[in-house]
Design a binder for this molecule. Structure first.
Ligand code: AP5
Ligand code: MG
Length: 214
């Protein structure tokens, strides 16, 4: 099963992608998480990506596509995956289609998690992230058991550098310009499904599962 999660920054792509990965036993591939891991480990890729990410800009396509294609080669991708944050531009989507098409393969669902810009700005200020394991929380909606500590790995939670309000606004502008056109792209292919991401996260998940299971 090959699923793409679409949606603005903070729409809940990561939250839903993790639940899907666990339900269908497929890997959750988040390009944002891969970049953050590279930044944390001080790699060359991480250094390059950080310059763009901290400004709320997209990392250039050429740094992203090879990374994802490489990830697909791992054995855990045999039965599919849920892509979170990739593709994010039309050239990335075309590269993905081309790569899969070579093996007669294609994405089955592009799920757009729809949330208004106003709701997103409110959400992001409350998000706390674990930079060690990638888990995310919300101080009001989805709090960790112990304040400021990750339930999964016990490391401290942080406000992501790019979740500061000014950067969130910039990310929304970039989203509308560069990523939103993918909605039409996948709609034309007949695989676009939209869900209401403003609902409770379990309700949104239920909507997605109904799409997949019919
Ligand atoms: P990335 O990490 O992908 O960030 P993003 O798309 O901006 O999305 P977020 O992770 O911020 O949000 P999300 O939709 O996953 O929401 P979440 O589930 O956490 O990318 C970061 C940067 O990396 C980019 O800006 C770019 O520079 C670069 N990058 C990455 N991929 C790239 C690519 N392909 N090409 C180029 N550059 C790339 O939820 C948000 C919050 O809301 C959380 O606190 C959560 O707990 C809460 N929440 C979730 N669902 C609900 C709900 N239903 N109700 C209430 N609260 C909820
Ligand atoms: Mg995310």
């Amino acid at each position: 099963m090959k699923i793409i999660m679409l949606g603005a920054p903070g729409a809940g792509k990561g939250t839903q992608a993790k639940k899907l990965a666990s339900k269908y036993n497929i890997p959750h591939i988040s390009t944002g998480d891969i970049f953050r891991a590279n930044i944390k480990n001080g790699t060359e890729l991480g250094k390059k990506a950080k310059v763009y990410m901290d400004q709320g800009l997209l990392v250039p396509d050429e740094l992203v596509v090879d990374l994802v294609v490489d990830r697909f080669k791992k054995p855990d991708c045999e039965n599919g995956y849920v892509l979170d944050g990739f593709p994010r531009t039309i050239p990335q989507a075309e590269a993905l289609d081309e790569g899969l098409g070579k093996n007669g393969d294609a994405v089955e669902y592009a799920i757009d998690v729809d949330v208004s810009d106003e709701d997103i700005i409110k959400r992001m200020a409350g998000r706390r992230a674990c930079l060690n394991c990638g888990a995310t929380y919300h101080i009001v909606n989805i709090p960790p058991i112990k304040e400021g500590i990750c339930d999964v790995c016990g490391k401290p939670l942080v406000l992501r550098e790019d979740d500061k309000p000014e950067t969130v606004k910039k990310r929304l502008v970039v989203y509308h310009e560069q990523t939103q056109p993918l909605i039409e792209y996948y709609s034309k292919k007949g695989i676009l499904k939209s869900v209401d991401g403003a609902k409770d996260m379990d309700e949104t998940f239920h909507e997605i599962v109904q799409i997949i299971e019919g």
